[in-house]
Design a protein around this ligand. Structure first.
Ligand SMILES: C[S@@+](CC[C@H](N)C(=O)[O-])C[C@H]1O[C@@H](n2cnc3c(N)ncnc32)[C@H](O)[C@@H]1O
Length: 245
């Protein structure tokens, strides 16, 4: 199962209505999702008009989509009223800038508005090799790529560190891990009693996790990022579906 199938099954099996995608690019995952209220955030949208039209015919609700052409930090700072008026975010896909700090901020900001029975998915949390996990502010530069052994053109960055951080910081508040599919789908689900609504980065823990290397994580991914086999996706969907009734 990939991110699109998981997200779609959740909307199909629950009464959820609100979807947020951070990092939308060409709309490959955003447009096909059948949810009532969809919001996309990206500083540089590249959605081909043909794809927009095709998906509008398949799912006419796409005409209500809201597009915010800005970085995620600015979106959360500038559109608090919009987010409050939406009610809860039911499902969020974090797939914007693939570095530790930005992806963690995206999760923490999303948690402020998350339905306590909802889900945050994060793309690219289990890189296939060390080159793909290269920590960079943006995509690795040509100069950096030249020195990257085993570079295949795939880049996941160090988003996996956000999963490691959340596991350590919020063991009682959140169920966090990574499903071993689609370059690693990080999942973040509130546990019962979830109430905290203001999340700030714990800089001491951030610095500790930031020191970890890809090789450190790969020594024991079950422990570091709570890696689950793909079969876990079905269990997670069922759990969300029954909790939402
Ligand atoms: C990997 S692509 C997203 C792919 C898309 N979610 C999909 O599954 O087809 C990453 C996108 O994140 C966007 N991006 C980069 N920095 C961002 C930021 N700070 N906030 C939100 N989006 C960002 C890029 O412009 C790019 O379009």
């Amino acid at each position: 199962m990939d991110r699109i199938q998981i997200i779609q099954e959740i909307f199909s099996k629950t009464g959820f209505t609100n979807y947020l995608e951070i990092g939308c690019q060409t709309g490959k995952s955003f447009l096909p999702i059948r949810a009532k209220n969809k919001t996309a955030v990206d500083p540089v949208f590249k959605i081909p008009i043909g794809r927009k039209l095709k998906n509008l015919i398949k799912w006419p609700s796409n005409k209500h989509n809201r597009y915010f052409t800005e970085e995620s930090d600015a979106f959360f700072a500038n559109h608090k009223d919009y987010l409050k008026q939406l009610g809860h975010l039911d499902v969020v896909l974090v797939d914007g800038l693939h570095n530790f700090r930005t992806s963690l901020n995206d999760v923490l900001n999303s948690l402020e508005y998350l339905n306590p029975k909802g889900l945050i998915l994060m793309h690219d949390c289990y890189p296939p090799n060390a080159a793909a996990a290269f920590p960079a502010e943006f995509f690795p530069t040509d100069e950096e790529i030249k020195n990257l052994k085993g570079w295949t053109g795939e880049w996941c960055g160090d988003v996996w560190k956000s999963v490691a951080y959340l596991i350590q910081k919020y063991p009682d508040l959140l169920e966090t891990g990574v499903i071993n599919t689609d370059y690693g789908l990080g999942f973040v689900m509130p546990k019962s009693g979830f109430k905290e609504r203001n999340f700030k980065i714990d800089e001491k823990l951030f610095a500790e996790i930031d020191k970890l290397t890809y090789e450190d994580m790969m020594k024991n991914p079950k422990e570091t990022i709570n890696l689950k086999e793909v079969g876990y996706a079905g269990k997670m969907i069922s759990k969300i579906a029954s909790a939402s009734k």
